[in-house]
Design a protein around this ligand. Sequence first.
Ligand code: C5P
Length: 232
Amino acid sequence: MGKDVIIACDFDSAEKTFAFLDKFTGKKPFVKIGMELYYAEGPSIVREIKKRGHKIFLDLKLHDIPNTVKKSMAVLSRLDVDMTNLHAAGTCRMMEAAIEGLTRPDGTRPLLIAVTQLTSTDQESMEKDLWIEKPIADVVMHYAANAKAAGLDGVVCSPLEAGKVHDTCGTGFLTVTPGVRFADGDVGDQKRVMTPAEAKKIGSDYIVVGRPITAAADPVAAYERCVAEFVD
Ligand code: C5P
């Protein structure tokens, strides 16, 4: 899989999602289905978007005992998604179990990506709430290395961390990066942002873009602008 732009379809209903996707006549962008849409509509939303010909990143961030994650991943794999994820904090054994569950009888499986520390967690909350007393950048790299050792394909990280992740885990280890904004766009609640062109330069493999596309006056033009900056 090469570089691609993934649109975060953060809608609360199938109706709104399809009204949005219907604007893309003739194009089939890679889409991310997160908890909001999945919990609103269930697995049928995955099947319907897949039937329309889109690639799907199912962003449900699993974190549970290894056996539960293994069995849940087997169910998600049968939905034929292209990429899914979990929390590296669930331990290496949980990540290995996830790979086992995800692998189909024919040996294929969706890409599996780990969340290291959420970008909403900072040094202070990590120390105070989680009792992890190491520099957060080191924790992120340690979790990325664990994910690689467990056989995962990459991590979700800030575009600012992508270069370091590739240095630590190799360039073949995928970096999926949210927090992307156009140079002339609204930053919103994202703190550390990069333009699609900067994310490309730093070596991100996939950018996840939500509101700069979903809230644009012309979403198709905004998507094409992302592709032009990041992929072409
Ligand atoms: O609208 P926006 O471009 O900020 O959307 C970014 C998407 O990436 C959202 O679906 C958000 O939940 C997700 N995400 C993120 N930061 C992370 C992990 C996921 O923004 N660390």
